[in-house]
Design a protein around this ligand. Structure first.
Ligand code: ADP
Length: 365
């Protein structure tokens, strides 16, 4: 009987619970045992009660709950080899040799590193007499499968991450709310959205709310943006629009890589005679119930993750479960992470077209 562990790691995202539920139930359905690892890698390093068997009924009601019920954390110990060795020991003591991790690119990178080190970690555990050769014998290979849980939609090679559509829905609700007051008073609102490195949410929010102007890290504001923005807004006003909405991602920059802040934009709009307010959405964007899309996505991907565990061979590279053109697919985890990291490098060398392409967001043109 295979024993499969599931955990959530890094920043929380709506839909993570759906993924946990799907992994647990698909594992049980396939005659495996399922274990939840609480508080991300912290639970793996601490072991004991932090790794708990999950029965069918233990995940009842998970589908519609936001955040992650099994907890998430950032874990310094797991960044060190010693911490990963303890994690390996705890897994063997529980008889687990497959892990499904729902997290961001950091969590997934850590997981693949863990898999690569696994054989040598086990050898060390035997040498130090923490485990016996008989104990490690059945656990020669570690299977890792990644699921991407992130409101930012910041992983390349997948059209959507678990959580991003819930967050988009929340942003739309919030902007609809400021919209009514903006229209009543003919005001301008500068709305700050999450996304320190990734502007995808802001881009989609701009499209979905029909905002006047947006600022994102991958497509920085060009020289003269102040005038362009005002020109655009004046045109909209001339056509009878009574409100102005400008959305700024946390990581918004100009082409010289200088930060653009909501207050800076507010001053420009106020200077042009608009009564302007700033609204920072903050953690509201992460919270609440998952949107229908994320319940679907997390369930389908959780099911696929267990299939990937059961079909894995020592030679298969660790997969990450993606969605491309509405099909659930497996992609090489390390390649997806590497492509994601390329976005940041492209921005640093001011190659913004490449940044947008690597983000799979050429449609923004
Ligand atoms: P995210 O998964 O959302 O990108 P982080 O980058 O904070 O979030 O990663 C979450 C956790 O994953 C870290 O606290 C750490 O325990 C583990 N982790 C991240 N990167 C690595 C790495 N390179 N090696 C080992 N563990 C890592």
């Amino acid at each position: 009987k295979r024993r499969i562990g599931v955990m959530t790691s890094g920043g929380d995202a709506p839909g993570m619970n759906g993924a946990v539920r799907a992994v647990v139930r698909m594992a049980i359905y396939n005659n495996c045992e399922a274990f939840a690892i609480f508080e991300g890698y912290d639970g793996l390093v601490k072991g004991g009660d932090m790794i708990k068997e999950m029965k069918w009924q233990d995940v009842r009601g998970y589908l519609m709950e936001g955040g992650t019920l099994i907890g998430t954390a950032r874990c310094k110990e797991f960044m060190q080899r010693d911490g990963r060795r303890t994690a390996a020991k705890n897994m063997i003591l529980k008889g687990i040799d497959a892990l499904v991790i729902c997290g961001g690119d950091g969590s997934l990178t850590g997981a693949d590193k863990f898999r690569a080190e696994w054989p040598s970690l086990l050898e060390e555990l035997v040498e130090s007499k923490e485990l016996t050769a008989e104990q490690i014998e059945p656990f020669k290979h570690l299977n890792i499968v990644g699921l991407v849980g992130s409101i930012d939609n910041d992983l390349s090679m997948t059209d959507a991450t678990i959580g991003c559509y819930s967050s988009l829905a929340r942003i739309c609700e919030a902007i609809d709310s400021v919209d009514t007051t903006a229209t009543s008073h003919q005001r301008a609102f500068v709305v700050e959205t999450m996304g320190r490195h990734c502007g995808w949410l802001t881009l989609m929010a701009g499209v979905a709310t029909g905002s006047d102007f947006i600022f994102i890290p991958e497509k920085p504001a060009e020289e003269g943006w102040q005038e362009n923005m005002l020109h655009c807004i004046r045109q909209h006003r001339a056509m009878g629009k009574r409100k102005t909405i400008v959305i700024v991602a946390e990581g918004a920059i100009d082409t010289n890589l200088n930060k653009i802040t909501p207050n800076q934009i507010k001053d420009i709009l106020s200077g042009a005679g608009l009564d302007t307010r700033v609204t920072t959405l903050g953690h509201v964007q992460r919270g609440g119930q998952p949107a229908a899309y994320d319940r679907m996505l997390s369930t389908l991907q959780g099911v696929e993750a267990v299939k990937a565990v059961l079909e894995a061979t020592p030679e298969t590279p660790s997969p990450v479960i993606c969605i491309n053109e509405n099909k659930i697919v497996r992609r090489p985890l390390l390649e997806a992470v590497a492509q994601t990291l390329e976005v940041g490098k492209a921005i640093e060398r001011k190659d913004f077209n490449t940044a947008m392409r690597l983000r799979d967001a050429e449609f923004a043109e």
